[in-house]
Ligand binder design. Structure first.
Ligand code: BMA
Length: 328
């Protein structure tokens, strides 16, 4: 066992279900899946790939909601238990000093990260193609938009939850205008959350299996005494199209572009009905994780088939051992 310290505040109230009898997988699904369906917002076509954080006594979330006109936008919501959600019926309208940036065409696949004094939001932002939008909120009522982090085309911008070597740090995945048949994860730094540089390569797709076509960072990386625990998605190109699964890696704490371990097998792949059938079949897309250091429990939120939001669970020590023992 790696005996790693899990760094962060205690969150004894995160969603949790023990493995059901007979399950021996390192990551297991909630019996309540899908926990969020389109019914949660009146004119929603689908609610998926959404980000959850602890907020006050409960939880808050930023949701990817595609409406019945198929606009892709971000919605805010609150929950007492992380499972039952009240999502605003109207999309988030960010306050932005510059309309050129503020009037973005679409927003999707948000991530949320508590960093220093506020909740930062990153998302795939439509500005002459997909790029990384950045905003923040203190209360999940008023939202502020900052400069886009990068030039188009880029997706899966995921902030680290603290400065590294005195700089803000973000993972991202340069891409193209379309469905991107390639993609590596890169690391970038910023002194002010506006100007990004010091770009470093983190990892590439690998092999001919679940992570062969492209990869992208998932939830905010989790700090441990042995490195950053990164859950990430990987894509296989099958004769029926893309298949999105997820795995995990451990990244160096001071130089997160150095990969210590990385799973050869996936942790979870589309298998259940709600992952295999929906607007885009065969997608399990992780975007958030809650964890409780004292109990070593981790709850992972992921999108199912680009239609619904799902929950899975793992135990920190078992996951870390699995990553080490099954590393590439
Ligand atoms: C990616 C993004 C995700 C989506 C996935 C599968 O490019 O658009 O939002 O879940 O494709 O369709």
């Amino acid at each position: 066992m790696l005996n790693a310290k899990l760094i962060g505040s205690a969150l004894p109230n995160i969603p949790w279900e023990e493995r059901s009898g007979g399950c021996d997988e390192v990551v297991w699904r909630s019996e309540k899946n899908p926990i969020i369906t389109r019914d949660a917002v009146p004119d929603a076509n689908s609610i998926f790939n959404s980000a959850i954080v602890s907020f006050k006594e409960g939880f808050a979330g930023i949701f990817r909601c595609d409406n019945t006109a198929r606009d892709m936008q971000l919605y805010a919501g609150k929950s007492k238990d992380g499972i039952n959600w009240e999502i605003d019926s109207k999309r988030i309208q960010f306050r932005c000093e510059d309309d050129e940036i503020g009037n973005f065409v679409y927003g999707y696949d948000p991530r949320v990260c508590w960093l220093e004094d506020r909740y930062y939001i990153t998302w795939c932002n439509g500005y002459h193609g997909p790029t990384i939008g950045v905003g923040y909120t203190y209360d999940f009522k008023t939202f502020y938009q900052m400069e886009n982090a990068f030039l188009p085309y880029n997706r899966n911008g995921v902030l680290f939850p603290r400065k590294i070597n005195g700089k803000f740090a973000m993972l991202s995945r340069p891409s193209d205008m379309g469905h991107t048949p390639f993609g590596d994860i890169f690391y970038s730094e910023s002194p002010d959350m506006m100007h990004w540089g010091h770009h470093r390569h983190v990892m590439s797709p690998v092999g001919c299996g679940w992570q062969a076509t492209k990869i992208g960072a998932g939830p905010t990386p989790i700090e441990t005494s042995k490195g950053w625990l990164l859950i990430y998605h990987g894509v296989l190109t099958s004769c029926n199209g893309f298949v999105y699964s997820f795995g995990a890696a451990l990244l160096d704490i001071e130089k997160p572009w150095k990969v210590i371990y990385r799973t050869r097998p996936y942790l979870l792949n589309p298998r259940e009905y709600y992952e295999c059938v929906g607007d885009v079949p065969n997608v399990a897309f992780p975007t958030a994780a809650l964890y409780d250091p004292p109990t070593r429990r981790i709850a992972i939120y992921y999108g199912g088939a680009d239609t619904v939001t799902c929950l899975a669970f793992t135990k920190f020590d078992e996951l870390l051992d699995f990553i080490k023992e099954n590393s590439l």
